[in-house]
Design a protein around this ligand. Sequence first.
Ligand SMILES: [Fe+2]
Length: 361
Amino acid sequence: MSRKTEREFKVHSYVQYMRDKYDPYRKWLEGENLPVIGGEFVQDVRTLELAPWDRRGGSGAYLVFSDQHVADAYVCEIPAAGSLKPQRQLYEEIVVVASGRGATTLWWDADGPRHTFEWQRGSLFAIPLNCWHEHFNVSGDEPARFVALTSAPVAWELYRDHDFIFNTDHAFRDRFDANVQDLFSQPGKYLTNYYGGILDTNLVSDLREVKLVPREKRGAGTRNMYIHLVGSTMFAHISEFPVGTYKKAHRHGPGAHIYTLDSTGYTMMWKEGEKPKRYDWSEGSVISPPAGYWHQHYNTGHEPAKFVALHASIAVSGGDSEGLEQIDFSEEDSALREMYIRECEKNGVPVQIANSSSGHS
Ligand SMILES: [Fe+2]
């Protein structure tokens, strides 16, 4: 890859000074006494080894990936017929259910209205900022697991105060009005005048059932949908690309965490000027491109590849008006394409992208 470096992401020396002096997020993390997974990839969150989680109940592990800064993730398991302790927090959270079935209750005031919704493998929802929430496993014999993206690192950097973050008595009713009936059974609204498609909703029961719209700019046959949940600044998007295809390489700022829903494949990821590294994925995999790293997703399975990406914010993205900076097929490293063709042949998958080298922008 001989593209000129257009931008570099480095820790500013002021940020380093603040870390050396305070480091509130890391200190809090140590007190959680859970496994902390670094790097940028977990093969399968459904089988990831977890540890008992005293603060919340259940068991968990943190995913604190390289260079993310603006977000962290965690994996949590609720035992069969169990529940987690109620919690509220002054940071946002988006949840994807990896396995099992459960329910979540939300409320602002102890004697005020409560909302309970059910979830299952493939559900997506957000915890409204600072809202009390309690998760239950509704199955008597199967554990339930979810992976969540949070803005906890930002909250810790800003406030450095445990009591303020977890025990502030303020209801953000403009984000979540508990007096409105049926909040979680109302259908979402598909808005087509932004980004091609945004689903504005409170709950996605099954990510696999969300309507998608063409997004050819990212590669032939690619379809997607952005999802806005209960007034959160954090958001998600679903992407699907056909059998025998891959998406164009692109890069952006920190905070994106990708959870694979369907098919098998791999992602090539590299820092400008360095050798691409390969990550093989399937359902349950989470990959998080470090800020500014090129990454490219390849479908080698026999079904369309589908993932949901959880995002902290797009405020730090570069590229065009949609935060997109990508390498067109005509400019890509031919060795990467050849590798893809070989991988598809190994799997008996027909390659459909061979004539797309001029790109689809
Ligand atoms: Fe990306």
